[in-house]
Design a protein around this ligand. Structure first.
Ligand code: NAP
Length: 295
C-alpha cells in the first residue's frame, strides 16, 4: 500500500485521486487536518515510525517548501523542513523497508545546456535545488531500494489557482495585462494528471533509482506565452524579453530540460501534450469559454 506524504498539495491531491479511482486504497499524511497521519515537517518527525501502518510498502514524498524565493530567504528554516526532517523521515521509511519515492526537481541541474540525463553532474544554482540535491545524495548512498523522480513545471487542468507558468499567464491574459516572457528560458510544462500514472507504472515495473519524469515538449516562456495568447486572441499582450531582465534574488537557469528516454523505455508511457490539454484548461475558465472554439 502507498503512503502519500503531503496529500493536500497539488501533486499529492492528484495522486490520492488517481489511486482511489483505480480502486486502490492509500494512506494520506498531511500537515493539515483530516488525513490518516498528521505530519508537520517544520517540526522533528517524532514517533511517526510507530504511526505508519504495517501494510505500507511504498511512500511518495510530495511534502516540500516549493517556493524558490522562500528557500533563498530562509535557507536554515527551509533546510530543516526540506532536508533535515525529510531525511529523518526517509530513514524511518528505509528502516521499515518501505520504499521511498522522492519528488525532486530539474533545478538540481545548472541549467546551462539542457537535455540532462539522470547521471549528469548536478550543479544547482538555487538554494531550493541544493536542498533537493542533498536529499538525493542521502538516497543515492542507500543500499535499500528507492526512487527519485525529477520533475519539471507541473500545471493543472482545472484549478484556477494553478501556480504554474500556464496558470500565471492565463491569469495575466484574463486581466488583459502585458506579459513579459523570456525568449531565452526553456521550460517543459508537464500536466500534473500524468504524474500519478507515471508513478504507478514505475512501481509496477519494480524499477529503482533516478528517473526524469517530464513532458518532452519544450517551449521558451515566449513561445508558451504566444501559444496561449493566440488561442484567446490576445497576442498583442505578449512581449519578448530575457530571463536576465527579471531581478530574482537567485538568477534563474536558462535550460533545465530533462532527457526522459530512460523513463519512457522503462514504462512505455506517453505524456499528454499541452495542445491536447489546452481545450480542457480553457474550458474550465469561463472568461475564455468563447475563445475556446478556435484551434
Ligand atoms: N509543482 C512543480 O512544478 C514541481 C516541479 C518539480 C518538482 N516538484 C516537487 O514535487 C513535490 C510536490 O510539489 P507540489 O507542486 O505538489 O507542491 P505544493 O502544491 O507546493 O505543495 C506543498 C507540499 O508540501 C506539503 N506541506 C506543506 N506544508 C507542510 C508541512 N508543514 N509539513 C509537511 N508537509 C507540508 C503539502 O502537503 P500537505 O498540505 O498535505 O501537508 C504539499 O504536499 C515537491 O517536492 C516539489 O518540490 C514540483
Amino acid at each position: 500500500m502507498l503512503l502519500i506524504v503531503g496529500s493536500n498539495g497539488l501533486l499529492g491531491r492528484h495522486v490520492v485521486n488517481y489511486f482511489m479511482a483505480t480502486g486502490e486504497s492509500v494512506i494520506c499524511a498531511s500537515h493539515g487536518s483530516g488525513a490518516d497521519i498528521r505530519l508537520d515537517l517544520r517540526m522533528p518527525i517524532g514517533d511517526v515510525a510507530n504511526i505508519i501502518p504495517e501494510h505500507v510498502t511504498h511512500a511518495l514524498i510530495c511534502s516540500s517548501v516549493t517556493n524558490i524565493d522562500a528557500c533563498y530567504r530562509d535557507p536554515e528554516g527551509t533546510r530543516r523542513f526540506n532536508v533535515t526532517h525529510t531525511i529523518d523521515l526517509l530513514q524511518v521509511l528505509l528502516n521499515r523497508s518501505i520504499q521511498p519515492i522522492f519528488c525532486s526537481s530539474d533545478l538540481v541541474f545548472k541549467g546551462d545546456i539542457g537535455n540532462y540525463h539522470e547521471d549528469d553532474p548536478r550543479h544547482p544554482t538555487t538554494e531550493y535545488g541544493r536542498q533537493k540535491q542533498t536529499v538525493e545524495d542521502f538516497l543515492l548512498n542507500q543500499e535499500k531500494p528507492f526512487l527519485i523522480i525529477r520533475m519539471s513545471k507541473l500545471y493543472s487542468l482545472f484549478e484556477r489557482d494553478d501556480p504554474s507558468p500556464i496558470g500565471q499567464m492565463l491569469n495575466a491574459l484574463r486581466d488583459e495585462t502585458v506579459i513579459r516572457c523570456a525568449e531565452d528560458q526553456i521550460i517543459c510544462p508537464t500536466c500534473v494528471v500524468d504524474i500519478p500514472h507515471a508513478v504507478n507504472l514505475l512501481l509496477r515495473s519494480k524499477t529503482t533509482g533516478v528517473y526524469h519524469v517530464a513532458a518532452p515538449q519544450q517551449y521558451t516562456r515566449f513561445t508558451l506565452g504566444m501559444r496561449l495568447a493566440k488561442r484567446v486572441g490576445l497576442e498583442h499582450l505578449v512581449q519578448g524579453c530575457s530571463i536576465r531582465d527579471f531581478h530574482f534574488a537567485e538568477p534563474r537557469p536558462f535550460d533545465n530540460s530533462l532527457n526522459v528516454s530512460r523513463f519512457l523505455s522503462a514504462t512505455g508511457f506517453t505524456f499528454t501534450t499541452l495542445e491536447e490539454n489546452l481545450p480542457r484548461i480553457l474550458g474550465s475558465r469561463e472568461e475564455f469559454a468563447s475563445s475556446n472554439v478556435f484551434p
